[in-house]
Write a protein that binds this ligand. Sequence first.
Ligand SMILES: Cc1ncc(COP(=O)(O)O)c(C=O)c1O
Length: 413
Amino acid sequence: MISAPDALHTASGEETLELERQYVLQNYSRYPLVLHRGKGCYVYDTSGNRYLDFIAGIGVNALGHAHPRIVKVIREQAALLIHSSNLYYHEFQGPLARKLTEVSGLARTFFTNSGTEAMEGALKMIRSHGNHASRHGAAKHEIISLENSFHGRTLGALSVTGQAKYRHDFEPLLQGVKFVPGNDVAALEAAFSESIAGMVLELIQGEGGIYPMSPEYVQKARELADRYNALLVFDEIQCGVGRPGTYFAFQRNKPDVLPDILVAAKPLACGLPLGAIVANEKAAAAIGPGMHGSTFGGGALPCRVALEFFDILEGLLPSIQQVGGYLHLMLNELARKHTFIKEVRGFGLMIGVEMEIPGKDMVLDALADGLLINCTHDTVLRFLPPYIITERDVDTALKVLGKIFAKQKGPAA
Ligand SMILES: Cc1ncc(COP(=O)(O)O)c(C=O)c1O
C-alpha cells in the first residue's frame, strides 16, 4: 500500500485537503501532495520533502521552477505594468508576435490565456473562412479532426476532441465534425470534400497516449487542405514550443509542412497563463476588426516572460534533443527487461511508455519515491520534464522507475 507523503499528515496538509473537499468544485482527482515551492527540476511539499519533477505542470514549467531570469523579469514587470487590457498597446505583444513569426514561418498572432481558448479562436477562423467561401459556392461548414485527439475543455474545443469520454456529458456540441483515424491516408482522403472548412491535427497526440503522426500523413493533410480550400490547424499546445527538440513539432519533418494556423500555449510563459494562435495571412484574413477579442489575453507580464523564455530556449534546443534521446534510450533499456512494456514513443522531452498493465499505482509509487510522473489512457506513463533536465536527472528518475517496474507482476524477461 502506498503511504501518502508526510505533508498530508501535517495540520496544514489536512486543512488544505479539507478546504478543497468543502469549497472547491469536485472535478479533479488530485494526487495526495501539497506543494509549497520549486527550484530547478525539483518541487518541495509543505513538509520540505523533495520531488524530481518529470511532468512539469503537464508540460508547462519548461524552465523548471524559480528560474533566475524568469523570476527577475516577473519582479521587474510586476512593478511596472501587469495588465492594461487590449484597449491600449504595451511594449511586449508586438515583439513577441514577431518572435513567433520568426520561429514558426507564419505571419500574425492573437494572444489568449489558455490552450482551449487558442483552439476556440482557431475554430472561429475556420468557421469564418468557411462562411466567406460559402458566399461564392456550396456550404462549407464541416471540420475534420482525429480520433483519440484532445483539444481542450470549452465547447468548441470539445467538439473537435476525438474521445467520447470528454464529450458525452455536454452534447449536443458543434455539428459537422468528422473524426478520422490518425495516420490513415485513405480515410483522410475519403473524409475531405468541398464542404470541409478546416482540419485540426495534433502532431503528437499527448493526452491520447503520445502518438506521433507520420510525415506522409501530415503532408497528405496539407495537400488535401490546399485542394479543398480548407484551413489546416496544428495543435501544438502540448507537443510544441521546444518540447520536441525543435521550436515546433512540424519542423521535425523535412521539408517542413506548414499549417495555416498553429495553436500553442502550455510552456509559452513558463507557468503564467498565455496561449497563441499563429496564422498565415490567408487564415488571419478570416478575422476582421471586432470579430474576436480577450480581456486578459496577451498582457504585459506574460508577454514579457515569453520573450525572455524564447531568448533562453534557443540555446536549450540541442540539449532537449540530446537529453530526450538519452531518456528514450534508457526507457527502451527498461522495456527490454520488462515484457509488460509494449512501446516507448515520442520525441525530445515528450515521451510515453505504453504498458500492458495499468500505470496509476506506479505513479503513486513514484510519488512516494520522490518522482513526479503521470499516466494517461490508463496504461501509458507520460514524461514531460522541464527542458533544463540533465542526463543525471534522467538517471535519478530511471533508478526509481527501475525499482517500480521490478515490483510489477507482469512477466519479466
Ligand atoms: C493538445 C492539447 N490541446 C489543447 C489543450 C487544452 O489546453 P488548456 O488546458 O490550456 O486549455 C491541451 C491541454 O492539455 C492539449 O494537450
